[in-house]
Design a binder for this molecule. Sequence first.
Ligand SMILES: Nc1nc2c(c(=O)[nH]1)N[C@H]1C(S)=C(S)[C@@H](COP(=O)(O)OP(=O)(O)OC[C@H]3O[C@@H](n4cnc5c(N)ncnc54)[C@H](O)[C@@H]3O)O[C@H]1N2
Ligand code: MOO
Length: 395
Amino acid sequence: MTQPNDLPRHEHVSWDSARRIAHLVGRPQPAVSRALADAAGCVLASPLVSPAAVPPVDRSAMDGYAVRGAGPWHVVGHVAVNRVASVELADGQACSITTGAAVPAGATSVVRDEDIELDGSWVRGPAEPGKHIRRAGEECQAGEVVLPVGIVVDGPVLGLAASLGLNRLTVIPQPVVAALITGDELVHQGASGPGRVRDAIGPMLPELITRAGARLGPIRHLPDSRVALAEALSSAADLILVSGSSAGGPADHLRAVLADLGAELVVDGVDCRPGHPQALARLADGRLVIGLPGNPFAALSAFLTLGMAAISRMRGLPLQELPIASIAGGVACHPHSTRLVPVRVTGQGAVPVGHGGSAMLRGAAGADALAVVDPGPAEAIAARLLPLGTRPWGG
Ligand SMILES: Nc1nc2c(c(=O)[nH]1)N[C@H]1C(S)=C(S)[C@@H](COP(=O)(O)OP(=O)(O)OC[C@H]3O[C@@H](n4cnc5c(N)ncnc54)[C@H](O)[C@@H]3O)O[C@H]1N2
Ligand code: MOO
C-alpha cells in the first residue's frame, strides 16, 4: 500500500488526536465575495465594517410627537418614517411623528402618543430631554468594526449587514460534502431481511452534512466494487464520505482504492467505540475522503469525530470545545478506547439512554448528545458531550 508522502500516517490514534488531526488537515476554502442572499452558513473572512453611521440620523423610537422645550406645544406638522421633515421646530412647537422617522431639526425629545393630551392643534405631556430619540451613530460609527473575522453568517448577521447598508460580504464559502454509500446488501425501500439491509446511512447523512455547515453534494449508492469506488472518488466535492468500506473484509475496498489513487492515508483507525475502523485520507488534489464504518451508529460516531472536525476547519472555524457534564449513575469506561455513549441531558446531568450498539441508531436518535467517555480502568462520573440533533438540552 502506498504510504503518505508529506504527512505522517496515524494508525489507531486516540479519539482526541483523531479530531485534532482532521481539523489540521482540513483546508479553509479561499475567501470570496458573496451577495447577502448567498452568504448564509459561510464564515466571515473579513471583519464586518460599517461604511456609515447607524442610524444615519436621529430617529424617533416611538409613535408620538417630536417636541421642542417644555409644553404645551403647537403642532406644526407631521413627519412619517418615509418622509423628511421640512420644518425646524422652534420652542413650544411639535410635530407628530412615527417610529423610525428622522426627528425634525430643533426637536429636544419625543413624547409617546399614549402620554399626550390633545387640545385642538395643541398638545401637552411629559418631555424629558433626549427621551425616545435614537441618536445618529448609536449602533455604530462610520468605519467601526462591528463583527470580527470567524463569525458564522446567520440570519441576524445578514440582517445586520443589510442594516449597515452592505450588499456583499467577504466570506469563506461552505465546503461541499458528498457521500458514497457502498454495499451490495443495501436496499432503499421496505424492510431488511435475510440478504438485504435497509440503508440507514444514506438517509442520515444529508441532514448531518447541512447541520455541520457544509453544502450537500451528491449522495450516491455504489455496489461493492473497487472500480466503481475509484471512479466515484472523482466526484466534485471538497470532502467525500464513503460508508461501508472501512474494515478489512473482502468487499471493503476503500483502503486499496486510496492506495491505487496515491492518496495519503492520514488516519487509519481511531481508538473509539463504536467507529474504530474510520479513516481519513487526502487525495493528490487535496480533496479529503473519510471512511465511515458501515454499522450505522459507528458511521454517525465517525462523522461526528473526523467529519465535524474536518468540516469546521474547511469553514474556517476552530475545533469545537466540548462542554463537560456529570453522568447520572456513572458509565463504565473501556480500558483503552474512548466510548461514545448516547445520553439525554437533564438537570441531574447526562443520563445514558441505552441502545448504543454500533449497528443501532435507536439510542442516538433519542439522545441529545454523545458522552465522550475517556478510556480508564473503572467508571466515569463525568464526560464531555458531543451535541447531537437539534433538540434543546434539558427539553
Ligand atoms: N474481522 C473484522 N471484522 C470487522 C471488524 C474488524 O475489526 N475485524 N470491524 C467491525 C466493525 S467495528 C465495523 S463498524 C464494521 C465496519 O465495516 P465496513 O465499514 O467495512 O462496513 P460493512 O462491512 O460493509 O458493513 C458493516 C455492517 O454495517 C451494515 N451496513 C453497511 N452499510 C450500511 C448502511 N448504509 N445502512 C445500514 N447498514 C449498513 C452492513 O450490512 C454490515 O452489517 O466491520 C466489522 N467487522
Ligand atoms: O467500531 Mo464498529 O465501528 O463498532 O461498529
